[in-house]
Design a protein around this ligand. Structure first.
Ligand SMILES: Cc1ncc(COP(=O)(O)O)c(C=O)c1O
Length: 382
């Protein structure tokens, strides 16, 4: 037993992430259900979501935004299948998701002229090695490593290739350099606390030009088809989705964006995330059993905040024992309703991952941290 106060919301998962504060199902009462998604009323609701997304995220006016199937993965694979193959590829990878895109490019699409620039968990690869005559693929924030690119300054304005960026755990929490990105994808289930299975695809004019001028040699399934006979399918970006969307999820995303607006918009969301990281940074400084997995402060993520264990008692155990120890640490926290889902990603180094995106209240992070100390000290006595 202890006298610690519980976080009002113990949900700190890195996806699906905590919904907006005080979310309730009645927020969806205005959803247009049981109507064709091609009906004017549904199309205009989808268009409203697209235009709110553009405006709140400050996406350039000449970029196009679509709602697609398959969440962030669907959006990113759709872009890769539709655009790659014309040029060589530089692909950066420093976490599990970045490596998934390497598998797509090398094993599935089998693009020969591919240059992998990678790094171990905790490190960012050497961004100076990137050749911008090639297409360049990267994640803005490696969610499973807690390592992000610090900004877009390393991306050349005069690039010849396209930049394809999986920004799902960065959008609405980090300043995205839109002018440096030709393809950007994300899903509502992350920083917006929205529902899964819908992805957002953002294309620059250069990406659209590629779609019109280049046809990949491999087959493109209907779900991925952004161009038809050399013509960009602009309708998809104006509310006519490729296949049937969930109007319930659309309502939820719209409602979350309204909340973002109500608290002050994009920069307030970035501030909230940064201040969640600040609290954890202060705690890590005075805590002798954890350290950041991210090696460099500049690339430390404020959304997927990953910590490794540095307690010698733990490090002296073999890996199987470490796994059992950390599992019971998470179980205690879940049982006490102090923290759900703060475990490391399965293929990432053992440790703690706390979501710090804008839907997380700083007050709850503050209440969580003493629980982590308590649970760890309980374990250490075993
Ligand atoms: C960087 C990154 N890419 C892709 C994904 C997959 O996202 P989704 O399940 O929305 O497709 C995730 C999920 O955590 C992620 O963090």
């Amino acid at each position: 037993m202890n006298s610690l106060k519980l976080p009002a919301n113990p949900k700190f998962s890195s996806g699906p992430c905590s919904k907006i504060p005080n979310w309730e199902a009645s927020f969806l009462n205005n959803a247009i259900l049981g109507r064709s998604h091609r009906s004017p009323i549904c199309v205009s609701r989808i268009q409203e979501l697209i235009s709110e997304t553009k405006s709140i995220l400050k996406i350039p006016k000449d970029y196009e935004v679509a709602i697609v199937g398959g969440s962030d993965t669907g959006a990113f694979e759709m872009a890769m299948w539709s655009l790659l193959g014309e040029k060589g590829i530089d692909i950066l990878a420093w976490d599990a998701f970045g490596r998934d895109w390497v598998t797509d490019v090398v094993d599935q699409l089998q693009i020969k002229n591919t240059n992998l620039i990678d790094a171990d968990y905790g490190f960012l690869p050497d961004l100076r090695k990137v050749n911008f005559n090639n297409d360049v693929i990267f994640t803005w924030n490696g969610t499973t490593a807690g390592v992000k690119v610090p900004n877009g300054d390393w991306i050349r304005d005069d690039r010849k290739g396209l930049t394809l960026c999986d920004a799902t755990s960065a959008v609405l929490a980090m300043d995205i350099a839109w002018d440096k990105l030709d393809v950007t994808t994300f899903s509502w289930q992350k920083v917006l606390g929205g529902e899964a299975q819908h992805g957002i695809l953002v294309l620059s004019p250069r990406a659209i030009k590629r779609l019109e001028e280049y046809k990949p040699t491999w087959p493109i399934p209907k779900l991925f088809r952004l161009a038809n006979k050399g013509k960009f399918q602009s309708k998809i970006f104006q509310g006519s989705t490729i296949n049937t969307p969930s109007m319930l999820c659309i309502e939820d995303a719209l409602n979350s964006l309204k909340w973002v607006k109500s608290i002050g918009g994009l920069y307030e969301m970035i501030k909230r995330s940064k201040s969640n990281l600040d609290v954890i940074e202060e705690w890590v400084k005075k805590t002798n059993w954890v350290a950041f997995l991210a090696n460099d402060i500049e690339s430390r993520s404020s959304t997927s905040i990953c910590l490794k264990i540095k307690d010698p008692w733990f490090l002296d155990k073999d890996i199987a024992e470490q796994k059992n120890i950390i599992k019971s640490f998470f179980s205690i926290l879940e049982e006490k309703e102090a923290a759900y889902d703060i475990n490391h990603y399965p293929s990432a180094p053992l440790g703690i991952r706390i979501w710090g995106g804008g839907t997380i209240e700083q007050s709850n992070i503050k209440l969580l941290l003493p629980w982590l100390d308590w649970a760890w000290s309980n374990l250490s006595k075993v």
